[in-house]
Design a protein around this ligand. Sequence first.
Ligand code: PLP
Length: 462
Amino acid sequence: MRYVSTRGQAPILSFDEAMLTGLARDGGLYVPEAVPTLSQGDIAALAGLPYEEVAFRVMRPFIGDAFSDDDLAGCIERSYQGFGHEARAPLVQLGPNHFLLELFHGPTLAFKDFAMQLIGQLFQLALSRSGQRVTIVGATSGDTGSAAIEAFRGQGNVDVFILYPHGRVSEVQRRQMTTPSETNVHALAVHGDFDDCQAAVKDMFNDFTFRDEVGLAGVNSINWARVLAQVVYYFTAATALGAPHRTVSFTVPTGNFGDIFAGYIARVMGLPIDQLVVATNQNDILHRCLTNGEYRTSGVTPTISPSMDIQVSSNFERVLFDVYDRDGAAVAQLMEELKTKGGFKLSQGALGRLRETFASGRASEAETAATIKAMHHQTGEVLCPHSAVGVRVAGAHLGATPMVTLATAHPAKFPDAVEAATGGRPPLPNRMADLYERPERLTEVANDLSAIETLIRERRTH
Ligand SMILES: *Cc1c(COP(=O)(O)O)cnc(C)c1O
């Protein structure tokens, strides 16, 4: 299995190389040269299997000979042991033909754990084989950082630096990043917003001297292995609802287009998905783009769903690569326009192809809060604000096809917004009830590339 860059100018890599590399050296993102497919029979056989077994069967064809069957199975087994639910990704019903896929039972209470726990295991195996050490640098709007720290804390051959926007993450998110005591963990509070953090990470990858000096590795959803791990739960959910004999739709609360891109890959693999509905908060670049064909950034507005306060959706580049017939030069040109002019217009052909798969909608702050309240009242389910954006947008797309909305975080991660809507404060699960008592450790840093690079050079433990 070979991986190519969306901009067509970087070396072709194997699965493990693409995983350890993160961003391609031409600034693009790695994607499989050809997406493997599963037959109807293969998909039918997944119904009712344990999550780990489905994960193995779905991911195996993407991995080639980078990991043996036993190694992969072992990594998957260890990845999901710490989850608080036997099903890993349980489905609950919200209303007629509307289901919620709860992805928040992992160690840091957001869907990011599904992928991060697995790449933590895969990195450890790959690095111990090669004797390499790496410096992981990640940008977070809150949940990626806590999931990455949880997955890599204490690993001997890894330092993990997480850049988060100072003052713009929830207290639970911050504490999950600042309370681990392992010396290989470094939480950096950047004076800027999430897009600044993400841009700094991308700039570090494009600073080849720095990149090679520290052995930079990336675990943002620019990393293909993250996307792959998220493909799995589309299969468990759809087969539970009757796929491949029945078609299923999904609504996905989106910021960086990572989670929904995993659904797109599941569809390309042969899973009968009708619609993939992009659900945004008022930072709605993706909804606007699917509506009028123009991908144009405007400032980020803070919302009660902070993990989606994003205006530059990294993984959108991966789907552009497909709708531009895998023409790397065309994608590179669009990304250049984005950088220099703040946006670009899609060709009619590309927009038409996007709309064959994707629909979209946006939820305002008031609609999000009202949805948390209504769902609590009608079903007893307490939604986090991100999941509520999804449920609200899904409401406009319900019909004869079963709809699955992804619940991306546990309500206790955003207790203020939930309390404001329902009047009740959602408690943390017992296993992390002492989070508010643990001492915090963080470093504030200016939104300045060289200041951040200097800090990373100084703090690395190797
Ligand atoms: C990361 C995150 C999202 C957005 O996911 P993308 O892959 O960036 O689209 C939505 N909700 C929560 C809770 C998240 O942590």
